[in-house]
Design a binder for this molecule. Structure first.
Ligand SMILES: [Zn+2]
Length: 469
């Protein structure tokens, strides 16, 4: 159902790491011939209780080498490498690093947003924050500036810089439509906006040649306020992307374009359907095509929840993720009153309720569901915090903590064809988060981040010490 992932595999390769090594691969191949980075030598993470993305393994020893998990040994195993660095994590809990299938980077500064902020330093700032919050893979699904490709390569070679970055380049939108250039602050609009099918194919070819990991489309009439990308344009773009072995993720808000995109062969619906319940027809069509789905529950809630001053607003876990200017805005009574009085707020509440209901329907139907938030696109979509809030909201759609975590790790990786991560198994990347309490008992325990490891290196933690820039 999906194109092959040769391009992804190439992009995912970190020096010394074997990308896309599945569990059946010879572990030796995963550790062969490091070309310099990261440091070689064994590391043993002992006595932590490990959730591998699918199963609770109990207390085991993770044997790391050259950025990957070489082996998972029983606690107290006697045949462990003697030269290893040993770290005792008794009483702690380990989960795979979270995978965000739909985020944005380098789009904000304080309470402002726009393409003028897309610099290497702002992108790395966001990737570092995602990483500090346990998100070790970030897919920037559009609105990336020209520097995207260099930054992606730089971060892939140095995990300490931040979460590993993938992305859709600038993405492909509608002429005079979504993404709305004025509202998104796109002064020198990087988004391709093809006027016809030939231009759509040319835009996909140009982005494929530039080296994007995915193709992003926006198909949304913005509540009837803007022209929506026409079907012949997105059908041509999808076909051309598949000729280039690229997955296509489409932004939608409403049921009708979602249904036609599924019919057009889109690979991923990149937001939840928020105007109407998904019906049996769409569920059946998605099942037949194997269409993936990313709900982004938090996106609508973020438009009003902070103005409501929930009792968790001043918890350090959220406060530390906010630039001072954003915190000051949210503390301003006049700003809060204006937000809550805005007639649009009711629509956002309704959208979240519909999104939750539809996610429950699609989850029960067994569709491939990924994990995303749209964090980073606007200042109130807070990188790192948004993902933990999303996990919490997923429970309202019927997810247990274990199911939510599986979605945010194993399934989020699978959705995008990343077979080198999302699970803690021999041959997979050593991307994981060390927690102080059991996340399977209470999803809020994902917030007790003591350490973050990426590609076998301890790169961040504890999250309590993190401060946003
Ligand atoms: Zn987005």
């Amino acid at each position: 159902m999906f194109p092959s992932f040769s391009r992804l595999a190439a992009a995912a390769t970190l020096a010394g790491l074997a990308a896309c090594s599945g569990p059946s691969d010879d572990p030796a191949s995963a550790t062969a011939a490091p070309s310099g980075e990261p440091a070689s030598g064994h590391v043993l993470i002992e006595n932590a209780r490990v959730f591998d993305g699918e199963r609770d393994l109990g207390e085991v020893t993770l044997v790391l080498r050259d950025g990957v998990i070489e082996r998972i040994a029983e606690a107290g195993a006697s045949d462990l490498p003697e030269d290893a660095e040993r770290i005792d994590h008794r009483g702690r809990f380990i989960i795979p690093g979270l995978v965000n299938d739909h985020a944005h980077v380098g789009n904000t500064a304080g309470t402002e947003h726009g393409d003028r902020f897309y610099t290497r330093d702002h992108v790395v700032r966001d990737l570092r924050q995602f990483q500090a919050y346990g998100v070790t893979t970030v897919v920037a699904l559009g609105m990336n500036g020209e520097g995207f490709f260099d930054i992606r390569d730089e971060v892939a070679g140095d995990p300490a810089l931040g979460a590993q970055l993938f992305g859709a380049g600038a993405g492909i939108g509608a002429v005079d439509g979504a993404p709305p250039a004025a509202a998104m602050g796109l002064a020198s609009d990087p988004v391709a906006r093809p006027a016809d099918a030939d231009a759509a194919r040319a835009a996909v070819r140009a982005q494929a040649d530039a080296g994007v990991d995915f193709i992003k489309l926006w198909v949304d009439d913005l509540g009837g306020k803007a022209p929506q990308m026409r079907p012949e344009i997105y059908r041509a773009a999808i076909d051309e992307a598949h000729r280039h072995d690229l997955l296509v993720a489409a932004h939608i808000h409403d049921l009708a374009p979602a249904a036609d995109l599924v019919d057009s062969g889109v690979d991923i619906i990149a937001h939840g359907v928020r105007d109407a319940p998904v019906g049996d027809d769409l569920v059946a069509a998605m099942q037949a095509a194997g269409t993936g789905y990313i709900a982004t529950l938090q996106i609508d809630e973020a438009n009003y929840i902070y103005a409501e001053q929930p009792d968790w607003l001043d918890t350090p876990f959220l406060r530390n993720a906010l630039p001072d200017a954003v915190h000051a805005q949210w503390a301003d009574a006049a700003w809060r009153e204006a937000k809550l009085a805005d007639p649009a707020t009711r629509g956002f509440r309704d959208a979240l309720a519909t999104n939750l209901r539809n996610l429950g329907t699609l989850r029960e139907a067994g569709l491939p569901i990924g994990f995303g938030t749209d964090a980073g696109a606007l200042p109130h979509r807070v990188p790192g915090f948004a993902e933990h809030r999303e996990l919490q909201l997923m429970q309202q759609a019927g997810y247990t903590p274990k199911q939510a975590l599986t979605t945010a790790t194993r399934d989020a990786a699978r959705l995008l064809g990343f077979d080198d991560r999302g699970l803690l198994q021999p041959g997979k990347r050593a991307d994981f988060v060390v927690l102080s309490a059991d996340p399977l008992a209470d999803i809020l325990n994902t917030r007790g981040i003591e350490e973050v490891w990426q590609a076998g290196q301890r790169v961040s933690g504890p999250v309590a010490d993190y401060r946003a820039e």
